[in-house]
Each structure stands twice: as C-alpha cells, then as structure tokens.
Design a protein around this ligand. Structure first.
Ligand SMILES: [Zn+2]
Length: 640
C-alpha cells in the first residue's frame, strides 16, 4: 500500500475524493465534516438511513439478488434470478450503506453490510473475476457480449469498495475490488496481447479513477483513460444489434462529440468518468468537449426540472427542444448522474453554474424519485400526468432506488468546497461544517436557515485570521441578493449565478447574513419547445412547482390558465411534510361544445373556448407530487 497516495481512511470519507487530483480547483470536504441539522434535508437523510436502507436490503434478499452471490459461491443451487446486471444493485446499496456508516454508527446496518460483503467475497473467482450472471452455465460467455454490463457491475463494485474503505477503514471489499480491477486491466487495454473493448454501459471509468485515488495504482487510471479513449471507435453496436452505437455514446470519439445523445444515464456516467480522467491528466481537449456537451445539454435538451432524457425509446436524449412533458422519461438515475457530472465540473472550474444546476437537480429531479416515506420510487419522472403514474416499492430493473440512497447518504459532501485560501459555500441548509484550510487553520461554519422555504441564511464563521469565504449567489436570485457581515452591508459585487467573495481578517463571533429573496417566478420556455408554447412554470427559490388535482378538485388541469397576477406563497406545516404552497389566480378555459366528437375543424370566427371566472388555485413543490390520492398533475399550466 502506498501510504502517501492513499485517499481517506476512517472518518475521512469523501464521496468523490479529488483532494490530490492535480487539475482540481476545489477540493471536497469529508462527509463527517458537514452536519446537516434538522431542516429540509436531514429528516430525509434520517429516513434514508433508518428506513430506506434496511428496506432495500430486504428487497435485495427477497428478489434473489443476494442469493445470486450465494449461488455463485456454491452455497445454494437453483437458477440465476433476475436481470443480468442485478449484482450492481447490491453494490450500489453497499455504497449507500457505507456512506451512511461514515457518519453514524449503526450496528444493525453494519451487520447487513458485513453479511453482504461476505457473500460478495465468497463469490469471487480465483482469477479475480466477479459477476454472478456469468458463472456455471454461462462461465464460457464471460467478456463476449459487452452489452451485458460486466464492466458496469465491476464499476459499481469498485465504487462500493472505495466508499466502504473510506467509511470504515476496512480493506475487505477493497481487496475484492482490486483483484477484479487487476483482472480487467490485465485483460483489456491498448497494449499488444490485450483485448480491445468498451462496455455498453459506462461506469467503470469513474470507478477506476476512484480506485486509483484510494490505492495509488496508476494502472487503474490508465485503464480508465483507455476506456474513455476507446469509446467511439465502433466496438459496440452491430454485434449486439438492437441499438445504434450512439445509444452507448460509441458513435464517435468523445473529443469529437458536440451533442448529448443516447441513453441518458450512460452519457452522464461517461462524462463523469471523463471529468475524473481530466482531473488527473489535465488534457485540455477533454474539458473542452465536456463544456461543449454541458452547453448542449442545458440549453437544448434538459427539462425545466433538470431532468434528462426525453425518450422512452432507448431511455435517451431527444433532439434539440424535444421535451415532451407527459412522455418525459427523465430517469431518476439520469438526474443523479447529472449531479455527479456537475459536481466534477464544479471542482474543475469553480463556476457557480455547476453548483446552481446541482441544487436545481437535487430538489427538482432527484428528490421526486423517492417518496416522503422513503420506500417508494419513481423510475420515470414525467412533468404532466393523468394520475396513473405512481411511485413503486421496487423494480425488476432497480437501478434508481439504491442510486437515490447513495446520493442522499453522501449529500453533505456537496455543500462546501475548499481552495487554497478560501472556503466555498455551494449549498444552503441548516447545519454546521468544519473546514481545514491550508493544513493549519480550522474554520467552523454554522448555517441557520429555513432554506429552501426562506432565502435568509445566517452563517457564523468561527475562525481567526485572513481568508476568503465564497458564497454562491444562485442564478434564480435575479434581484435583491445582499449580505452583511456583523450587521454591516458589504459591497462584494453580487451577481446572480456567481460566487460573492468576502475576504477579511475573521474573528470568532463573526456572522454573515445572506438574503436571497424568493419571489414567485413565472418561467417561460424557449419557443421551439412546441408543447410549452403559451405556458408558464412556477418557481420559487430553487423549487419548481406543479399543480395537482388533490389541491384543485373541480377543474380539469388541461384547461387551467394562469392569470398574470402575482402568485403568493404560504407555508403549510401539515401538508406533504411541510411545504410552501403557491396560490395563483387562474381560470378554466375549456373547449367549446363544438369540439364534442371531433379532433379537428376548420378555423372559423365565433368558435372558442369557454372561460370561467378567475379563481384561486394551489401549486405544490414538484418533488412532492403523487404523495396523496391519485390525480392529474401539470408543471406547465397555460398562461392567460
Ligand atoms: Zn435508474
């Protein structure tokens, strides 16, 4: 073991450890350096820890996912159960549980983790290979069809192992991972005598970089770079038939790409892996293409929720402006992948636009994926629905549930960053943080806030000496952002969508008061998204809103047309776990009687819609929809 290159050990768990990466501007903080106190996120994280993780472990057992490992090690017989990549669900759960253990001692959860690791250990082959689908009757088929996710599963094993090692200091799972990684790096690569291949589903790239960061083994970084470089040379595709090479971003080399295409989760994982490779190598072409793809994603192919992937076919991105609401695919995993990619870009470039999108995606595209009780999940996240789309307790393809769990478990890691002489506050929530700056200074932050319901944030800075605090001024806060230090306003050049810089000699007891006004905003969509023409979405602070039938019983939501008057906001402590609801004037503008029994008619004078009197309607945060009796939902009501 190379001690000097080791990442973190127990108590120093960092979800994506770029501390020693040479091309990273902002280094992350260990998970246990940030405590989220009671407020918006911590109750959800407690449910994740105490309810979601144990219930997911039961699903892994009941659906045969753990039995597949027992079968592979000869402990049980029978058939392999479920989809060929079911191992990955066990690994993602192990990663989530490990991050949870990094912060909280939990003997029950610890036992579940230890037991699962034993099954994984025992299933590994003597040559390091590990995939329970390719055992016994399928052993000869290993590495023959790269659309069967062998490297994808391996990547999730590596990420789980890194998390477990950083959280507990134990090498048990890490040893399994490095044996398999050695096997992969011995088998595949550009060198003569090795096989040339890439996996249909990206994931192993970022996992190998993380394994490099923990172990210091350069061959893992070289493996990751090889898999990034090798994609786009047509190695996938025709033999596996059912999809175009672009489905797996294999249609052209990454550095030549300018549009996000194909399976959205794969794309996000690919770009995350490429960003990780850039963090270590600094190759300019890599970061240039990532910026290009980010621009195409955010300006042309992203839902107002931050959700990604507009097509059911291929779970894929559509063309520019192809963003249907009711048929939105927007897999929860794609949103999680977007957070992962944006987190890496934020570290590389220290630009607020990435932190803005992390915040927006967390609240509006990841959070809808899990129910308030922490035991039901959305796979797809439509932006309009007739009431039939409901969260499910589990899926045959269960990628999303443990993905949500691992993000919530590692969430504190996304709140702050540190550069040479500055502490960066990316996200706001009630809680505290301890930041070690330049190896000698310890700075304690305490945030007091009702965010995201209120934009007032009071930050105690407990420190001595001169350094900089960088505060994110969200892009949504278009007017009126201001802050004071110790009651005196500071002219720090506040620009929405950037970091405000406060440099001073700090003293214990110093307090920053940040004001981020949250007026209700009516948001319109680019006119080329035909479906949203003449419609508006409501936002307040970082939250996207929707109208849902249970709050608006006697109106067909398809007919709802908002009036131009300003909506108002009100906190409802007993609704949906406590939310700010918006109230707006709206009318029902229904089709006239002439439309009965017909879909088309010649345009004529006199025909029209039936307008009712304006009335008050209620909008709720989009993340909380489908939590009561079923009913229609819409993010984009008509305007006027
Ligand atoms: Zn998923």
């Amino acid at each position: 073991m190379k001690e000097d290159l080791l990442g973190s050990t127990q108590g120093q768990a960092v979800a994506v450890d770029t501390v020693r990466s040479p091309h990273v501007l902002l280094r992350p903080l260990p998970l246990d350096a940030v405590n989220l106190a009671d407020g918006f996120w911590e109750p959800r994280r407690r449910i994740n820890r105490e309810v979601t993780l144990p219930s997911q472990c039961r699903h892994l057992e009941e659906t045969g996912r753990l039995d597949n490992f027992r079968r592979a090690s000869g402990k049980t017989g029978g058939e392999y159960q479920g989809i060929y990549f079911n191992d990955s669900d066990v690994y993602k759960w192990l990663e989530a549980a490990s991050w949870a253990l990094a912060e909280h001692t939990d003997p029950g959860l610890q036992r579940m983790v230890d037991a699962a690791i034993t099954e994984v250990e025992d299933a590994q082959r003597p040559d390091g290979y590990l995939n329970t689908y390719f055992t016994f009757e399928r052993a000869a088929e290993r590495w023959t069809n790269f659309d069967l996710h062998e490297m994808y599963c391996a990547g999730h094993l590596f990420q789980a192992a890194v998390a477990h090692f950083r959280a507990t200091g134990s090498r048990r799972l890490l040893d399994v991972a490095t044996r398999f990684a050695d096997h992969i790096c011995d088998t595949f690569g550009p060198e003569e005598g090795k096989r040339q291949a890439v996996d249909g589903h990206e994931e192993v790239e970022m996992a190998l970089v993380e394994l490099f960061r923990v172990t210091g083994e350069k061959r893992y970084l070289e493996g990751a770079r090889y898999f990034v470089d090798a994609r786009g040379h047509g190695m996938l595709g025709s033999p596996y038939g059912q999809h175009d090479p672009s489905y797996s971003q294999d249609h052209e080399p990454l550095r030549d790409q300018s549009e996000v295409v194909g399976h959205a989760v794969r794309a996000m994982y690919f770009y995350s892996g490429a960003a990780d490779v850039y963090a270590e190598t600094g190759e300019p072409a890599l970061v240039e293409v990532l910026e290009r793809l980010w621009a195409n994603t955010t300006a042309r192919r992203m839902y107002v929720s931050g959700g990604l992937g507009s097509r059911y076919e291929g779970e894929a991105f559509g063309k520019d402006f192809e963003l249907p609401n009711e048929r939105a695919y927007t897999e929860t995993c794609a949103a999680i992948g977007s957070v992962m990619w944006n987190w890496r870009m934020l570290g590389l470039e220290a630009e607020a636009k990435y932190a803005d999108l992390i915040e927006h995606t967390l609240y509006n595209a990841v959070l809808p994926g899990v129910s308030l009780d922490g035991q039901h999940y959305f796979y797809q996240n439509p932006l309009a629905d007739d009431g039939s789309h409901r969260r499910q307790p589990w899926f045959g393809c269960a990628c999303c549930p443990p993905n949500v769990a691992r993000l919530l478990a590692s969430l504190p890691g996304y709140f702050y960053g540190a550069s040479e002489d500055a502490v960066w506050v990316h996200l706001y929530a009630e809680g505290a943080a301890t930041v070690e700056l330049d190896g000698e200074r310890t700075i304690r932050f305490r945030q007091r806030t009702r965010y995201p319901w209120d934009g007032g944030v009071e930050i105690d800075v407990d420190a001595e000496g001169e350094f900089t605090v960088m505060l994110r001024i969200p892009a949504w806060c278009e007017e009126g952002a201001a802050f004071e230090v110790n009651g005196e306003s500071v002219d720090a050049g506040i620009t929405p969508g950037s970091y405000a810089k406060i440099r001073r000699a700090w003293r214990p007891g110093d307090t920053i008061n940040l004001a981020l006004p949250m007026p209700v905003r009516c948001v319109e969509c680019h006119p080329y998204v035909a479906e949203n023409a003449g419609r508006v979405a409501l936002m307040r602070g970082p939250l996207l809103y929707c109208v849902e039938q249970p709050d608006n019983h006697d109106v067909d939501l398809r007919d709802l047309a908002l009036e131009s008057t300003k909506p108002t906001a009100r906190f409802e402590p007993d609704l949906l776990g406590g939310v700010v609801v918006l109230q707006a004037e709206a009318r029902s503008v229904a089709p006239d009687a002439g439309w009965e029994d017909r879909l088309y008619r010649t345009v004529h004078q006199g025909g029209g819609n039936v307008r009712t009197e304006a009335r008050e309607i209620t909008a709720i945060p989009y993340y909380s929809w489908a939590s009561r009796e079923s009913g229609a939902m819409r993010v984009w009501p008509r305007s006027g």
